[in-house]
Design a protein around this ligand. Structure first.
Ligand SMILES: [Zn+2]
Ligand SMILES: [Zn+2]
Length: 420
């Protein structure tokens, strides 16, 4: 787990603002669920036999011996919320988004963090194929506005639960014959969810997986139609995708559409976002039979890929820096500083009694747009001297004119005072 220091937080905030704007433009609303849940929720939702639940979840007993877990992902918690608050009856369809930390005790050599961050959306309450397409388009818009163009979108259809049973049986039969060619983990997976073998990255397993038959013909008519409509909408919207015949997702709850976005620039761990439909999850957790679809973006990876958008900036720069020419002027400057801040002007000054030259240096280092000089003369005349650091011009103005002056100058230029 890692501290995120202010320079870096600034990047996080910029990405988060952008994500919120995109989510909200698609009319998703933010939801915040607890970081801790009853551990059983995740084993029921994600699957008892998954690595996430088996090897990676932070699970512990609290003082009342309840088995709890730090959330390893958000979908299960959000499904619980939907059921617990009776949204199926009161709202039907809900569109929610989240941004926040998740926790998995992954093997450290994989270079991943054990507290990592995800942002994502969950649409719950509909079987409509439009929502699958909408989620994917939303994801594409996000990449586009971050200046990330070299993404690769893989989509696949894994069918309904009945189809998955059929696919699983047939694949198990084929893979059991190839048992000797599989890695140890995958040999174990033959007993559990064999679909998870398809996620294995080991070269010996890849060889076997690539030779497997495509399972499209084992998928029922309803699911085939649904998927074909989704990809037709993507094509109409001009989205480039690849039908990846063996793409499954590591979690048990997916049905029908699954998708994954990868960025080749990220190297070996190139998946930046993934999602799909999970029509069986809500009922599996005790709720109604309602359809749902969503995706999650890995924010650490998204940040790595967004260097161009973030352009090296590491902080917001102040609108103004106050400089005093004498110790006596300090108290007046302190009150002026307070008035400016109260009026939404981002500004600062030195409290250490530094020389005029040192204060000017500090103002330069802070990259303040204006330097406001307050000395004995200014105090006597009720004025301030304002130096525009961008244009190098300096003028004397009445103190009561200062706030409107700064707001006027800043508006529409670099967006100070209301920078977002
Ligand atoms: Zn089906
Ligand atoms: Zn394997």
């Amino acid at each position: 787990m890692k501290d995120i220091l202010p320079d870096e937080v600034y990047h996080w905030q910029r990405i988060e603002w952008l994500l919120r704007a995109h989510f909200e433009s698609f009319c998703y609303r933010e939801i915040r669920t607890p970081l801790v849940e009853e551990a059983g929720l995740f084993s029921r939702a994600i699957g008892e036999a998954t690595d996430i639940v088996n090897k990676e979840m932070y699970e512990f007993a609290d003082r009342s011996e309840r088995q709890l877990a730090l959330r390893p992902e958000a979908t299960a918690s959000i499904a619980r919320t939907y059921i617990e608050h009776g949204f199926a009856k009161t709202h039907g369809v809900v569109k929610w988004y989240y941004i926040g930390p998740m926790f998995r005790a992954e093997r450290p050599q994989r270079g991943r963090q054990r507290q990592f961050h995800q942002a994502g959306v969950e649409l719950i309450g509909s079987d409509s194929h439009y929502y699958d397409a909408e989620a994917i388009l939303l994801l594409c818009n996000i990449m586009h506005s971050l200046g990330i163009e070299a993404w690769r979108l893989a989509v696949n259809n894994i069918g309904c639960l009945d189809d998955r049973r059929l696919i699983t049986d047939r694949l198990r039969r084929i893979l059991t014959k190839e048992r000797s060619a599989l890695c140890d983990d995958c040999t174990q997976r033959l007993q559990g969810n064999v679909l998870r073998i398809l996620d294995c990255k080991k070269p010996e397993c890849r060889k076997v997986i690539d030779a497997l038959p495509e399972w499209d013909r084992w998928i029922c008519d309803g699911c085939t139609k649904h998927f074909n409509r989704v990809i037709a909408l993507l094509s109409c919207a001009g989205v480039t995708y690849t039908k990846e015949p063996h793409l499954v997702r590591g979690l048990d709850y997916y049905t029908k559409t699954v998708f994954e976005m990868t960025l080749p620039q990220l190297g070996a761990q190139d998946a930046v976002a993934a999602g799909g439909r999970y029509d069986a999850l809500i009922s599996q957790l005790g709720g109604e039979r309602v359809g749902a679809v969503g995706f999650a973006i890995g924010l650490e990876r998204l940040l790595l890929a967004s260097a161009h958008f973030l352009s090296g900036e590491t902080k917001k720069t102040p609108d103004a820096f106050l400089v005093t020419t004498s110790l006596e002027a300090c108290d007046s400057a302190f009150i002026l500083l307070y008035q400016l801040r109260t009026n939404g002007v981002m500004c600062d000054m030195d409290f250490e009694g530094k020389s005029l030259k040192a204060q000017m240096r500090q103002a330069g280092k802070a990259a303040a747009r204006f330097v406001i000089i307050l000395g004995e003369d200014e105090i006597r005349g009720g004025t301030v001297t304002v130096k525009d650091m961008g244009q190098g011009v300096q003028e004397s103005i009445q103190q009561e004119r200062l706030i409107p002056f700064l707001k006027e100058r800043s508006a529409g230029e670099h967006g100070a005072c209301q920078d977002t």
